[in-house]
Design a protein around this ligand. Structure first.
Ligand SMILES: O=C1C[C@@](O)(C(=O)O)C[C@@H](O)[C@@H]1O
Length: 144
């Protein structure tokens, strides 16, 4: 099973962000956990990070072109306002899971709404790097 994982803006410098909120791991450390879990699940993962909305849209469209069986996306700050990312996800026919390291429901008002979540299969938020691992498990189970 081929899965695409997209990390949105500012996640490339995760270790510089508030450690209390985001858990203190670098993106490379999280990617290592993802790769290890992928091996256990016999999953073929491609990991992509971008700070640019259009690049993220192009990559989401690649789910159709390259026939991925699922998408896991942490849209970062785009979660709360990017209609173009939402529109791209809405076109997909495979399961899509939105993930967040922090619990966006318990944070500032502007972070509580996700414009992306309504077009996703599900959302996992607040479990730190475990959010990604649970999302991978979910895609595997959904694919059975
Ligand atoms: O960049 C991020 C990270 C985030 O998506 C998370 O993983 O908790 C939450 C967003 O509100 C924030 O802008």
């Amino acid at each position: 099973m081929k899965v695409l994982i997209i990390h949105g803006p500012n996640l490339n410098l995760l270790e510089k962000r508030d450690n209390f909120i985001y858990g203190g791991k670098s993106l490379e450390q999280i990617n290592e956990l993802i790769r290890n879990r992928a091996m256990e699940l016999d999953m073929d993962v491609e990991i992509f990070q971008s700070n640019h909305e259009g690049e993220i849209v192009d990559k989401i469209q690649d789910v159709i072109i390259s026939r991925y069986s699922g998408l896991i996306i942490n849209p970062g700050g785009f979660t709360h306002y990017s209609i173009v990312i939402r529109d791209a996800i809405e076109m997909l026919e495979v399961p899509v899971i939105e993930v967040h390291l922090s619990n966006i429901s318990g944070r500032e008002n502007f972070r509580r709404e996700s414009v992306i979540a309504p077009v996703c299969t599900g959302q996992i938020s607040g479990l730190g790097s475990i959010s990604y691992l649970i999302a991978m498990d979910a895609l595997k189970l959904l694919n059975k």
